[in-house]
Design a protein around this ligand. Structure first.
Ligand SMILES: [Zn+2]
Length: 219
C-alpha cells in the first residue's frame, strides 16, 4: 500500500483550480493531435487537403475514443511496435514476415479502395502520388515515388525517414535482414486496387540493415 505523508498530500492538491479549468478549456485535443501527427505534412500532402475538405478533421477524440476518418484507432508508441515485431520474428522466424505483410495488404486494400473511390483517384492527374501519401499519413514516413511505368503498372518508391526503421535501430541496433514487411504489404494493397491487378511489393534495401533509405518496388 502506498503511503503519502499529510504534507506530501497537500502538495498534490491543485493550488488554483480556476487556473487549471482555464487551461482545460484552452486545450483542444483534436488540434493537439493534428500537431502531433505528421506535423511536416501540413503543407505538402495533397491527400491531407482533400481529406480535410471532406471530413473537416482527420483524427477526432470523442468520449475517449480516437478515430481516423471515423475508424477507431489506437496510438501505439513505435518502440512497442518494434518489440512486437521482434518477438514475432524470434518466435515465428520468416512466417512472421508473412503475418505482417498479409495483414497490412488487407488493410491497404480496404483503406485504399475507400480513398480511391471517395476522391476518384484513378482519374486524378496525381492519383497515384496522393494514394501513396496514405503511408506517410499513417505515420510510417514520407513516400517518394522514384519511378512509375503507367503501361506496365509498376513503381519504385523510397522512404527516407522511415520512423519504424529509425526506432528499430535505436532500440535493437539494426539487423542484417530487411524488415519493412508491413509497409510493403500495405503498399501492395493500395496498388492492387489502383492498378486493378494482383500486385506484390518487395523491399529492395532497408535502413535497418544500414542502407540510407528504404527502397521498395512492385514485383
Ligand atoms: Zn526498411
Amino acid at each position: 500500500m502506498l503511503f503519502f505523508p499529510n504534507n506530501r498530500r497537500n502538495e498534490l492538491k491543485p493550488k488554483d483550480s480556476k487556473e487549471i479549468n482555464l487551461l482545460k478549456e484552452k486545450v483542444n485535443y483534436n488540434t493537439l493531435l493534428q500537431m502531433i501527427i505528421n506535423p511536416h505534412e501540413k503543407e505538402e500532402s495533397e491527400l491531407r487537403q482533400l481529406l480535410i475538405k471532406k471530413y473537416k478533421r482527420l483524427y477526432q477524440i470523442e468520449k475517449g475514443v480516437l478515430t481516423f476518418l471515423d475508424i477507431p484507432v489506437l496510438i501505439t508508441p513505435m518502440n512497442v511496435i518494434v518489440f512486437y515485431s521482434f518477438i514475432l520474428r524470434e518466435r515465428y522466424k520468416e512466417k512472421s514476415y508473412k503475418i505482417f505483410y498479409d495483414n497490412a495488404k488487407e488493410y491497404g486494400k480496404s483503406l485504399g479502395n475507400r480513398i480511391q473511390y471517395e476522391f476518384d483517384l484513378k482519374h486524378h492527374p496525381h492519383g497515384l502520388r496522393i494514394l501513396m501519401q496514405l503511408i506517410g499519413m499513417l505515420g510510417f514516413g514520407k513516400v517518394e515515388i522514384t519511378s512509375y511505368n503507367k503501361e506496365a503498372k509498376s513503381i519504385t518508391f523510397n522512404i527516407n525517414h522511415n520512423v519504424f526503421a529509425k526506432e528499430y535501430i535505436k532500440v535493437l541496433g539494426g539487423h542484417e535482414l530487411n524488415h519493412d514487411f508491413y509497409i510493403a504489404g500495405f503498399a501492395a494493397g493500395l496498388l492492387e486496387e489502383f492498378f486493378e491487378k494482383p500486385v506484390d511489393v518487395k523491399e529492395e534495401r532497408c535502413m535497418i540493415t544500414g542502407a540510407p533509405a528504404c527502397i521498395f518496388k512492385t514485383v
